[in-house]
Design a protein around this ligand. Structure first.
Ligand SMILES: NC(=O)C1=CN([C@@H]2O[C@H](COP(=O)(O)OP(=O)(O)OC[C@H]3O[C@@H](n4cnc5c(N)ncnc54)[C@H](OP(=O)(O)O)[C@@H]3O)[C@@H](O)[C@H]2O)C=CC1
Ligand SMILES: CC(C)(CO)C(=O)C(=O)O
Length: 321
């Protein structure tokens, strides 16, 4: 039986980690402000798939107190990635796999610099989940994960045995999961959604339904998606027109949704700007492609984030890339 370390027990880590433990796996949870509460009372999951409680979990406040595990699941916000060089060496064995369940681009490459010899897998999560109180996760919708292995410079690379084993564990835990051989392609595909909706939801103070209902913003969403397609193309990854049409249609059908970046903004947390905007812009720029609309959103988000910096006790550069 594999052991799992959940680094960051919030909306994603709490939800997926609790499901893995409920399925009988040996799961170890690293926590921050919720540590005392979760150590005493465990985790509560309110989910459209069915509510459940884990009255007792392996809770830790420091990585150095955790056992080395087979799979290290990174569920911190990317704004806390500066902690990874201190956390990760405590948790790995020679054959551990690092599974990055974060939005955006670049974390796998950053981890490869910290742990050059370990297998790294990226996971794109299609889920709407929030941590609503200490140790209490509210899973509102969806939940599927797409996994792809990381290879130097985000080259496409075959599906590994370890990925298949991780997928089996998640499926047994009731999580839909698929495997792919091109992590960079699926990261760009997710950015087709995240860049317009996460960015505009903060700048325009709007939920997804309002962005789609207004003819001006729905055009802007589509234009931003086309810039992401250009950036992917500069990286030799093809995003089809049909894919963009599907993303627009899917969002029209979605329940009104406040994106994760908007929830962060409204809660006074730092925004994941580097992972979702800065690094994608840099990837495109390095290949001779500029993205003016994405660049404008990036600048506006930096402005809004900086305006709240003192309150957030946050330093620019906290996301390591
Ligand atoms: N939520 C969602 O629906 C989705 C999220 N994502 C992505 O998943 C990633 C994780 O997001 P999400 O789960 O929402 O974020 P959350 O903020 O809910 O979870 C992150 C957790 O990390 C914890 N943490 C912070 N600092 C430390 C520390 N020093 N040691 C241990 N734990 C720490 C936080 O604890 P504390 O609160 O106590 O500081 C928090 O519980 C992001 O990249 C996000 O974009 C992707 C798809 C959907
Ligand atoms: C697309 C979505 C809603 C998860 O599926 C997300 O990634 C976010 O809110 O940041």
């Amino acid at each position: 039986m594999k052991t799992y370390a959940i680094v960051g027990t919030g909306a994603l880590g709490g939800f997926y980690g609790a499901k893995l433990q409920r399925a009988g796996l040996d799961v170890h949870f690293l926590l921050n402000s919720d540590y005392q509460h979760v150590k005493q009372s465990g985790l509560v999951i309110e989910s459209i798939d069915g509510d459940f409680t884990l009255p007792s979990v392996n809770a830790y406040d420091r990585a150095c107190r955790m056992p080395a595990c087979d799979v290290i699941v990174i569920c911190l916000k990317t704004t806390h990635n500066r902690l990874l060089p201190d956390i990760l060496p405590n948790l790995v064995k020679s054959d551990s796999v690092i599974l990055v369940l974060q939005n955006g681009l670049g974390t796998e490459a950053a981890i490869a610099k910290i742990l050059p010899d370990r297998a790294i897998v990226g996971g794109l999560c299609f889920i709407c989940s929030n941590k609503v109180a200490p140790g209490r996760i509210h899973h509102l919708d969806y939940g599927e994960i797409k996994l792809g292995a990381y290879a130097d410079g985000y080259q496409a690379t075959p599906i590994t045995q370890m990925m298949a084993e991780i997928a089996t564990d998640f499926r047994n835990a009731g999580v839909a999961i698929s495997l792919c051989a091109d992590l960079l392609l699926v990261r760009w595909q997710k950015l087709v959604w995240n860049i317009p909706y996460n960015g505009l939801s903060v700048v325009l103070n709007a939920t997804t339904d309002r962005l789609m209902a207004d003819p001006h913003t729905s055009v802007l969403v589509a234009q931003l998606m086309h810039e992401v397609k250009l950036a992917a193309s500069a990286c030799d990854r093809d995003i089809s027109e049909e894919f963009i049409e599907q993303m627009l249609a899917y969002t029209l059908k979605m329940k009104p949704y406040r994106t994760s970046m908007k929830i962060d903004y409204d809660s006074g947390r730092p925004l994941e700007i580097a992972a979702m905007f800065g690094t994608p812009l840099q990837f495109a720029h390095d290949r001779g492609v500029e993205l003016p609309l994405v660049g404008m959103l990036y600048q506006q988000l930096q402005f809004l984030n900086a305006a709240a910096l003192p309150a957030k006790n946050y330093l620019p550069g906290d996301e390591i890339y």
